[in-house]
Design a protein around this ligand. Structure first.
Ligand code: COA
Length: 124
């Protein structure tokens, strides 16, 4: 079940990544039996949407949870979506490509000396 999360302590207990709320960002959670097992942190900045982070608990991976979190955003906002990803994060890159994202630029040394890709999905 997908649900917007307003409780920072709930989402920040799930992974090392820590969400900080500001006026632009939102967190969508994925719940199994009322337990949070994944989340998508994203920002709606006027006419574009930026994915900040997506995470699924290890034991729940490969069940299309991340796919459905992203699909919800794609279906509910008719906006261009951008994100940055570590070039070595092949699972995430494959996930994004499956949902129509394309690599549009390389970000040299974006992740502690490791390059990143800027990926984009244009609104239809
Ligand atoms: C990346 C991540 C969010 C994927 O979550 P998930 O719920 O397991 O992904 P899904 O089950 O929705 O996968 C959908 C598609 O993504 C790709 N994918 C996901 N995990 C993959 C893996 N380990 N290896 C290869 N492709 C993978 C595949 O194309 C997959 O479709 P398929 O199962 O038909 O092959 C998860 O591995 C994770 O939390 N990783 C750690 C955090 C992270 O790296 N976040 C991205 C930061 S930019």
């Amino acid at each position: 079940m997908l649900k917007e999360i307003n409780d920072l302590s709930l989402v920040n207990s799930l992974s090392d990544y820590q969400v900080t709320f500001n006026e632009f960002n939102k967190v969508l959670g994925y719940f199994v039996d009322e337990k949070l097992v994944g989340f998508l942190d994203y920002s709606v900045i006027y006419e574009r949407l930026e994915i900040n982070y997506i995470f699924v608990k290890e034991e729940y991976r490969r069940h299309y949870i991340a796919y459905n979190l992203l699909k919800y955003i794609i279906d509910n906002y008719n906006l261009d979506i951008t994100l940055e990803v570590n070039i070595n994060n092949h699972s995430a890159i494959s996930l994004y490509q499956k949902l129509g994202f394309e690599i549009v630029a390389k970000r040299p040394k974006y992740y502690n000396g490791i390059d990143g890709y800027l990926m984009e999905r244009r609104a239809s």
